[in-house]
Design a protein around this ligand. Structure first.
Ligand SMILES: *Cc1c(COP(=O)(O)O)cnc(C)c1O
Length: 388
């Protein structure tokens, strides 16, 4: 039997679940040119406004001058350049860990770590709202996968209390990518300690944003390598470049080098990306004003939203979702905002659970207060238009 792709696509369309791409021009920033129109941009993960930073672009150009474009090989063949190595050392220092290991993407890092550490007979415990790559890593590992209710330490405790053979790993987003709330990392760490499980935190949305000098959600919670042996974070969000890393003990990193297939069987990221990331890391660490400005914008947005009668989800991070429920309704909101020149993504299942479609509004240090006010006034108009 063949595939009836057309009817499956049509069904998606009818259900309001069809996904399509828009073509953007120019760098990421407070504004973005999309399909030829200049829009106010509230849909990137460029939380510190670094993706279009000229100093980082210059570092990348210098990297190209020194190393060329392609790395030409996997890290274990001869693709591991001085640029990659230096970035790993700087990331280890930044996160307060013995070592760090670069991956080409966060998706690959998560597959790599989970599948390298766990196998058949082991158990993996995941928050229900974890990023898809963490779930996929679990499937690849063939470990028993158990999902606990979102941020619910008691539910996790109950699962962990059921004695299981084999190794046990608990994994959570540090900041939940579609909800914006921060995981109860201290509670997770103590549950793991109590039940002899390892803890892994994916801090894709915390690094650069939370903690002293942007050192992430674990730094903010005062937790180190001892309490949370595995930290993963990405370079493509607040740091504005591309790629990801895992940080932890010497033994963890050596194990990944030996065994993480998405590390071993892929071409190393271009060294110029590593050079750009080194500069991005320095800027993210040194320019506290970006985090201060971001916090000010978040407070301004939340206060303004409350005044116009919008109920936001509970989040102190730059991810400020407006929960709508129905996918078609989320699409209507997103389209109405777009007509008024504001770019906000509608996030629908299966990225979020059934019945919890939302607008994912994201703020950036690149925004000006007046742009937050413009967003609020367009949201107020759309609220009236859609309620009518
Ligand atoms: C974006 C993201 C990833 C994937 O990182 P990429 O570098 O984009 O592949 C992994 N985990 C979380 C929580 C993310 O938000």
């Amino acid at each position: 039997m063949g595939f009836d792709l057309e009817s499956a696509l049509e069904r998606r369309r009818v259900d309001g679940l069809y996904r399509s791409r828009r073509v953007s021009d120019g760098p990421q920033g407070a504004e973005r040119v999309v399909d030829g129109r200049r829009l106010l941009n509230f849909s990137s993960n460029d939380y510190l406004g670094l993706a279009g930073d000229a100093r980082i672009a210059t570092a990348m150009k210098h990297g190209v001058d020194r190393y060329g474009v392609g790395s030409g090989a996997a890290h274990l063949i001869n693709g591991h350049s001085r640029a990659h190595h230096a970035l790993e050392e700087e990331l280890a220092e930044f996160t307060g860990r013995e070592r760090a290991l670069l991956f080409s993407t966060g998706y690959m890092a998560n597959l790599g770590v989970i599948a390298a550490l766990l196998g058949r007979g082991d158990s993996l415990y995941e928050d229900r709202l974890n990023h898809a790559s963490l779930i996929d890593g679990g499937l690849l590992s063939r470990a028993r996968l158990k999902r606990y209710a979102h941020a619910d330490i008691d539910a996790l405790q109950a699962l962990l209390a059921d004695a299981a053979d084999g190794s046990r790993l608990v994994v959570s987003d540090g900041v939940f990518s579609m909800d914006g709330d921060v995981a109860p990392v201290a509670g997770l760490a103590s549950a793991c300690h109590q039940h002899d499980a390892w803890l892994m935190i994916d801090d894709a949305h915390g690094l650069g944003v939370l903690g002293a000098q942007g050192r992430g959600s674990l730094n903010a919670a005062g937790l180190g390598q001892q309490e949370v042996p595995i930290l993963m974070a990405t370079l493509g969000k607040a740091l504005g470049t591309a790629g990801a890393f895992v940080a932890g003990s010497e033994a963890l990193i050596e194990t990944l080098i030996q065994q993480a297939r998405p590390y071993i069987y892929t071409t190393a990221m271009p060294p110029a990306i590593a050079e750009a990331s080194r500069t991005a890391l320095e800027i993210a660490r040194d320019e506290d004003w970006r985090r201060e400005r971001l916090q000010g914008l978040i407070a301004r947005f939340r206060h303004g939203a409350q005044q116009i009668g919008l109920t936001l989800m509970s989040s102190d991070t730059p991810i400020q979702p407006l929960l709508l429920g129905d996918s078609a309704l989320a699409n209507r909101w997103s389209e109405a905002l777009l007509r008024q020149g504001v770019l906000v993504s509608a996030i629908r299942p299966p990225t979020v659970p059934e019945g919890s479609a939302r607008l994912r509004i994201t703020l950036s240090a690149a925004h000006k207060p007046a742009q937050i006010d413009a967003l609020l006034s367009v949201l107020a108009e759309v609220l009236l238009e859609i309620d009518a």
